[in-house]
Design a protein around this ligand. Structure first.
Ligand code: SME
Length: 161
């Protein structure tokens, strides 16, 4: 088991330390699934007010469930469907304050009220998406989006395979 010193004083501090922890735990490991599993565990442990945290992988242009923490979830999501599919199709972060106002949102856990999905992009290919769900409306803001985007950039070559 690993222990990390994660400051919870402010979001920038939290994400700085979380990025460092994600870096440390994935730096010397070439296995993509192992790296996604450990990062999902870190996100789940250190980000407050989540009911789901994990990855969907791009498998032949369809999103397939990857390592995660939370309730068992939808396994396959076509590009363009739901929040995750929108992030994969557009290669842009989806910051959704109210999932019920998002056309086509896929309800995996009825407790989810807001969602942040950040694509991991290598060149022009989406490798995977990071999906965070919260039971609180408007749980995520631009600081969360920026913090998760930094983790997504770090992971590009470490979850690709
Ligand atoms: N709500 C997501 C589906 C994935 S789950 O939340 C884990 C979506 O609309 O893409």
């Amino acid at each position: 088991m690993y222990a990390f010193d994660i400051a919870a004083g402010s979001k920038p501090e939290l994400y700085r330390d979380l990025l460092a922890a994600c870096d440390a735990i994935t730096a010397n490991e070439p296995d993509a699934i192992a790296n996604m599993a450990n990062v999902a565990a870190l996100l789940w442990e250190y980000l407050p007010d989540l009911n789901w945290a994990g990855f969907y992988r791009n498998v032949t242009d369809e999103l397939v469930l990857g390592p995660f923490q939370g309730k068992a979830a939808c396994i396959r999501i076509p590009f363009g469907k739901g929040v995750c599919g929108a992030a994969a199709a557009t290669r842009e972060t989806q910051l959704v304050a109210d999932v019920y106002a998002f056309p086509g949102h896929i309800t995996c856990d009825a407790a989810s009220r807001s969602e942040l999905v950040v694509p991991i992009v290598a060149g022009d290919r989406v490798v995977a998406v990071i999906d965070l769900d919260s039971p609180s409306p408007a749980r995520f803001d631009e600081q969360d989006a920026a913090g998760i985007a930094a983790i997504a950039r770090l992971l590009t070559d470490r979850v690709n395979g």
